[in-house]
Design a protein around this ligand. Structure first.
Ligand code: NCD
Length: 369
């Protein structure tokens, strides 16, 4: 009994705060403000479960940036790549993706391969015991019995957080990485977006002091939500939110941006503000979330980058997209040197490699090499 108590106390660094939170039920926990919830998903002052962007500080983002650059450098030689693939070869990852994914899934698989982590996946709740009526809690605890980390994408908001909440109350809590939770957040996409921006601006003082324009379905696009939160870690930022009225970003996020000193401009205009942007982040319409064919009113022609719109974008600016794109960036734009969305795809793998290194606390080994 004593041992079990001791073990439970060890979880999350055993702070008194976490102890108190552990006695709450999920509903009550969910109602807590973000800054309190994020304590619960930390251990020894570090992020333990990666669930939402508000968990990341500037220091952690800068650390990840350094890890990514170092890993890319190490991986350039055969010896280096071999060394990397031995780093976590005793670990196993569960990829629990019950929502469509190409890039995020594959970038996590290849990130695991780069570090020697073995993977298994469940890509549909139809093929798991959830079909027999097993609870979500039991399914997650089963995964934690076999694996050392769970990477999950789920159509429901907050499900990755619920999984972490459940596991942190068991004797075998393992980190959970949110690879997309409904319309809510996609923090690892935001990490790769930040890395790509920071790197692209490295000759002009980095990401601080820049104007980032986000375009599209800002209401239901989780990548722009997570990116917005991360951008509050940078100084003197301006964000332009361009979307149809119906697809404006939620006020909980815009309020957060304002409180955190972001200069914010919300508009239904698109072309008019292109010349102001240091980076244009395009997104698709999230029509899978329609309940009443809402997307049919979306003006596809207006929110699109084609040859014509390229003329309005600064020569020093960058064009990003989390992909998949549908109509919002014409393929002819790919050849333009400002288009960096294929670089984002590649960076996605490196960002996830770095995140896994951070979660398994191996960054010193990386820097020592
Ligand atoms: C995004 C997603 O799934 O949220 N894709 C991705 O992970 N690269 C963007 C989208 O689906 O629009």
């Amino acid at each position: 009994m004593v041992n079990i108590k001791k073990k439970l106390r060890g979880i999350n660094g055993g702070s008194m705060f976490s102890q108190k939170l552990r006695n709450l039920d999920w509903k009550k926990f969910q109602a807590l403000p973000t800054h309190k919830r994020k304590e619960y998903f930390a251990k020894d002052g570090r992020i333990f479960d990666v669930l939402f962007s508000q968990q990341f500080s500037r220091a952690t983002l800068d650390l990840l940036y350094r890890i990514i650059n170092k890993v890319r450098h190490i991986h350039k030689t055969k010896d280096g790549a071999k060394w990397l693939s031995s780093l976590l070869s005793t670990k196993k990852a569960m990829l629990y993706f019950t929502q469509p994914s190409t890039r995020t899934y594959l970038s996590f698989v290849t990130a695991c391969q780069t570090l020697g982590i073995q993977t298994a996946d469940v890509r549909s709740s139809q093929t798991s015991s959830e079909m027999k009526g097993e609870t979500f809690e039991d399914t997650i605890q089963t995964f934690s019995s076999y694996f050392d980390v769970i990477i999950m994408r789920n159509p429901h908001e907050g499900h990755a957080e619920k999984a972490s909440f459940v596991l942190n109350n068991t004797l075998r809590p393992i980190p959970i990485i949110n690879a997309g939770s409904g319309k809510d957040q996609h923090p690892t996409q935001a990490l790769l977006d930040i890395y790509t921006l920071q790197k692209s601006f490295s000759d002009v003082g980095g990401l601080d002091n820049k104007t980032i324009m986000m375009v599209g379905d800002l209401k239901r696009g989780r990548t722009v939500h997570s990116l917005s939160y991360l951008l509050t870690n940078y100084n003197k930022m301006k964000i332009i939110l361009s979307s149809p009225e119906q697809f404006r970003m939620g006020t909980e996020i815009t309020e957060f941006l304002k409180i955190n000193n972001i200069e914010l401009l919300e508009t239904t205009e698109f072309k008019k503000f292109l010349p102001d942007a240091d980076a244009v982040y395009m997104t698709r319409i999230q029509d899978e979330h329609d309940t009443n064919n809402e997307s049919s009113s979306y003006d596809k022609k207006k929110y699109t980058i084609d040859q014509e719109a390229l003329k309005d974008i600064k020569p020093t600016s960058f064009i990003l997209h989390p992909l998949p794109r549908i109509f919002e960036i014409k393929r002819e734009v790919d050849k333009d040197p400002r288009a960096i969305y294929w670089r984002q795809v590649r960076n996605g793998m490196w960002a996830r490699v770095a995140l896994l290194i951070y979660l398994f606390r191996l960054e010193e080994k990386i820097f020592d090499r």
